[in-house]
Design a binder for this molecule. Structure first.
Ligand code: IPE
Ligand code: IPE
Ligand code: MG
Length: 249
C-alpha cells in the first residue's frame, strides 16, 4: 500500500469530526474521543508528509465550537497547548512548517503563545505546510477581509473598481496557500460547518463514514485514490478537459 502512485492534491484539508460520538458509543465521555482524535491527527500529519502532500489543513476548532460546554472547551484548549508543546520537535524532524488560521486573539494565552512559538520554530522547514484552523470560521474570515478592503477604500489607497477575486483572496487568512483540491470530512456528515467557504468553490469533497478517531492510513489512501480518479471540470465540458490534458506536455 505504501508504494501506490497517486496524483496528489496540492492542498488537502480535513474536517476532523466525530470524536465525541465515537467515545460515547464506547461508553466513554466525549473528552476521551478528543484524546484519541489528537493521536489520529499526529499519525495523519506524518502520513501526509511521507506521501509528499505539500499543504495539509486540519480544522481543529471552529468559531461555533466556543459555544460548547465550558468543560469541553477548556479541555480542548489544554490538549491543544500540550500537543503544540510536545510535537514541535517532531514537526521540525519531519521538515513540517506550522501555520495557523483563525481568530488567535480569542484563544487562551497559553495556546496562542504555543501556537506562535511553533510557527516561529518551524519557519525554516521546507517540506509540508501544516495549517491548523483554530477558532476559525469561514464567514468571520470573509467578513474580516471585507473590512480590511473597506478600510483601504476609505483611506483612498484602493479604488472599488480594483477589487477583484485575487485581491479579495489576498485579504483572507488563507492567502499563503492554494485553495484545497480535496476536503475530507469524517463521521458521515455532508456539510462544511463554516469551513473554507470561499476556498472550497472547486474543492472535491470526500465523506468518510467512520469517525475521526477511526481514520487511518487506509481511509486516507482511499480518499486520495478516489480523488485521483475524479474529473475536475471547473465549469468546462468533459471533452474540453480531455483535449487540454492530451495537449499538455
Ligand atoms: C470533532 O469531533 C472535534 C471538534 C469539533 C473539536 P466532535 O467533538 O465534533 O465530535 P462529535 O461530532 O460531536 O461526535
Ligand atoms: C466542525 O465540526 C468543526 C471541526 C471539525 C473543528 P462540528 O462538530 O463543530 O460541526 P457540526 O456542529 O456538526 O456542524
Ligand atoms: Mg462534530
Amino acid at each position: 500500500m505504501d508504494d501506490i502512485f497517486l496524483e496528489l492534491p496540492r492542498h488537502l484539508a480535513i474536517i476532523m469530526d466525530g470524536n465525541g460520538r465515537w467515545a460515547k458509543s464506547r461508553g466513554r465521555n466525549r473528552l476521551y474521543g478528543h484524546i484519541r482524535g489528537a493521536q489520529v491527527a499526529k499519525q495523519t500529519i506524518e502520513n501526509c508528509a511521507r506521501l509528499g502532500i505539500k499543504n495539509l489543513t486540519l480544522f481543529a476548532f471552529s468559531t461555533e465550537n466556543w459555544f460548547r460546554p465550558s468543560e469541553e472547551v477548556s479541555f480542548l484548549m489544554g490538549l491543544m497547548a500540550r500537543k503544540l508543546k510536545i510535537e514541535a520537535p517532531s514537526l521540525i524532524k519531519n521538515n513540517i512548517r506550522f501555520h495557523c488560521i483563525g481568530n488567535l486573539r480569542n484563544l487562551p494565552s497559553a495556546v496562542r503563545e504555543k501556537a506562535l512559538e511553533t510557527i516561529k520554530l518551524t519557519a525554516h522547514c521546507t517540506g509540508m505546510n501544516l495549517t491548523c484552523a483554530l477558532s476559525y470560521g469561514g464567514r468571520q474570515e470573509i467578513t474580516a477581509a471585507a473590512r480590511l478592503i473597506a478600510e483601504e477604500v476609505a483611506k483612498g489607497s484602493l479604488k472599488p473598481e480594483n477589487i477583484d477575486e485575487a485581491l479579495f483572496a489576498g485579504a483572507l487568512d488563507s492567502s499563503f496557500m492554494p485553495d484545497p483540491d480535496l476536503i475530507i470530512r469524517t463521521s458521515g456528515e455532508h456539510r462544511l460547518s463554516n469551513f473554507f467557504l470561499w476556498q472550497a468553490a472547486y474543492s472535491e469533497i470526500h465523506i468518510v463514514d467512520k469517525s475521526w478517531p477511526e481514520f487511518s492510513k487506509v481511509e486516507l489512501y482511499q480518499a486520495l485514490e478516489t480523488f485521483s480518479k475524479r474529473e475536475r471540470r471547473f465549469g468546462k465540458t468533459s471533452e474540453q478537459i480531455k483535449n487540454s490534458t492530451l495537449r499538455s506536455p
